[in-house]
Design a protein around this ligand. Structure first.
Ligand SMILES: Nc1ncnc2c1ncn2[C@@H]1O[C@H](COP(=O)(O)OP(=O)(O)OP(=O)(O)O)[C@@H](O)[C@H]1O
Ligand SMILES: Nc1nc2c(c(=O)[nH]1)N=C(CO)CN2
Length: 198
């Protein structure tokens, strides 16, 4: 009997077929994703390095590039109300679909005991998905590209350092976006370095 003639087999809804096809495509075809890391509590450099290492330890994910470290004034809050951040960007190749990558980002945050309380409150670590391939989505659970990445020098500057030709889907070249935002309060810390895991 061919599978098609088996009367016990239920038809599979098209949406499920599409999801499975998309997952299969991703599995055999790693996608590029850009992840922003930020820390403004505790040992900021150690935490960022721990997050890079934890990402590299993720099955189905390889860290391809790690940016320089920037020390940045807290964005979106009263000046002087929080310690400064260390920010960096990592470029990865991954076979994880976007929702699994977000889950992993949250797991890395949990591992560093991030407490979620106030919006834009201080945190040991923040792991944001800046971009995933050319995916554009307004899903609030995972908005792609990240809805505020294009206006954040603390994301654009380190990203530009590792990928000067990069484009932010729907927004344009990172170089142009960076030229359009203030870099005040976003300073490279050339004395510090994150290691690309071996
Ligand atoms: N691209 C994205 N990357 C990470 N989280 C996202 C993204 N799009 C939507 N979210 C959702 O945003 C929620 C809040 O994220 P988070 O607590 O990191 O925000 P925040 O860091 O305080 O602020 P911001 O989003 O401005 O960086 C997450 O639980 C997640 O579901
Ligand atoms: N400088 C800086 N400011 C922020 C940052 C950050 O990573 N760096 N993250 C925020 C919430 O994601 C809010 N404000």
């Amino acid at each position: 009997m061919t599978p098609h003639s088996d009367p016990t087999v239920q038809p599979v809804p098209t949406s499920v077929v599409e999801q499975v096809d998309a997952a299969d495509t991703t599995l055999s075809n790693p996608q590029r994703a850009v992840i922003s890391l930020g820390s403004n509590l505790g040992n900021r450099l150690e935490t960022l390095q721990g997050a890079v290492d934890a990402l590299e330890d993720t099955p189905g994910l390889r860290v391809k590039a790690v940016s320089p470290v920037y020390e940045t004034e807290p964005w979106g809050v009263e000046p002087g109300s929080q310690p400064s951040y260390f920010n960096a960007v990592v470029v990865v190749k991954t076979t994880l679909p976007p929702d699994s990558l977000l889950e992993r980002a949250h797991a890395v945050e949990e591992a560093f005991h991030r407490v979620r309380d106030e919006r834009w409150g201080p945190r040991t670590i923040d792991v944001d998905i800046v971009a995933y391939a050319d995916v554009v989505s307004d899903d609030p659970v995972l908005t792609l590209p990240h809805p505020r990445a294009h206006e954040r020098a603390f994301v654009l500057a380190p990203w530009y350092d590792v990928e000067p030709e990069a484009q932010l889907a729907g927004r344009g070249p990172v170089a142009e976006l960076l030229a359009g935002v203030t870099r005040e309060g976003v300073a490279p810390r050339v004395d510090l370095e994150l290691r690309l895991p071996e």
